[in-house]
Design a protein around this ligand. Structure first.
Ligand SMILES: Nc1ncnc2c1ncn2[C@@H]1O[C@H](COP(=O)(O)OP(=O)(O)O)[C@@H](O)[C@H]1O
Ligand SMILES: [Mg+2]
Length: 235
């Protein structure tokens, strides 16, 4: 049996004074799955993503990603974990506006100690794969939202992470650009990339994932296998 990419066991997290943001959540994600995390605002989706990303720690329970006990990592361990095991994509892209597209994409590799030559080669390869190579020397500010999100995806994939995490990746995009990102995630998953995407966008959840986990009040209310359908047939 292959090792799960994500294994959460009875994870609880409560912020000061509030009700539990997550209550005894257990979740297993296997290699090659594409999982949508859906649910109303305030239900605990971002909390869940932050725990998986090692940006926060549970009060109780364990978080294991690709064999790493993320809930036990210290600061430097958690930085190393984020560089090597996960790639993250955000609603507002989080690109560095003072760096070119190519330098944004290469940055995670440079931070991980990859040599310039190798990082450049990998950058070119990713920009070509994602269809944004003509923008390599542009600054992100000159690109459309959809193009910026492609750059963010390229950056997230730079260090070949076993897990790609996305938090509302279409939240700042128009419908066409959102569909484009959905297609991109579908293609990456078809090549074997494990993906977890938090989204309000049901069309995205249905088009690019094969499993939907619905969170309500900090608990998993539903965990359903779905069949990915082509984006054109969804909207
Ligand atoms: N840093 C924080 N401090 C206090 N409460 C928080 C914090 N982050 C989230 N919460 C609370 O935890 C609950 C879950 O939030 P969150 O995970 O952000 O939900 P979602 O991403 O589904 O909108 C909400 O009640 C929210 O107000
Ligand atoms: Mg959120």
């Amino acid at each position: 049996m292959t090792l799960p990419v994500i294994e959460l066991r009875e994870v609880s997290r409560r912020y000061d004074g509030g009700p539990p943001a997550l209550h005894e959540v257990s979740l297993t994600v296997r290699p090659g799955e594409a999982v949508a995390i859906v649910g109303p605002s305030g239900s605990g989706k971002s909390t869940l993503l932050h725990l998986i990303a090692g940006l926060d720690r549970p009060d109780t329970g364990t978080v294991t990603v690709d064999g790493v006990r993320v809930d036990r990592l210290g600061e430097s361990g958690s930085a190393l974990y984020r560089r090597s095991k996960i790639g993250m994509v955000f609603q507002f892209f989080n690109l560095l506006d003072d760096l070119t597209v190519a330098d944004n994409v290469a940055l995670p590799a440079r931070l991980a100690g990859m040599g310039r030559g190798e990082a450049d080669r990998r950058t070119v390869e990713l920009l070509e794969t994602l269809g944004i190579d003509r923008h390599a020397r542009s600054y992100p500010g000159r690109l459309s939202g959809g193009e910026r999100q492609r750059v963010a995806v390229a950056r997230a994939l730079m260090n070949r992470p076993p897990l790609l995490l996305a938090d509302e990746p279409t939240g700042a995009l128009d419908t066409a650009a959102g569909q484009d990102v959905g297609k991109l995630l579908t293609e990456l998953n078809a090549e074997g990339q494990t993906i977890v995407v938090v989204t309000h966008d049901l069309a995205l959840a249905r088009s690019c994932t094969n499993r939907a986990v619905r969170i309500a009040d900090g608990r998993i209310a539903e965990d359903a296998r779905t069949h990915a359908v082509a984006p054109e047939t969804v909207r």
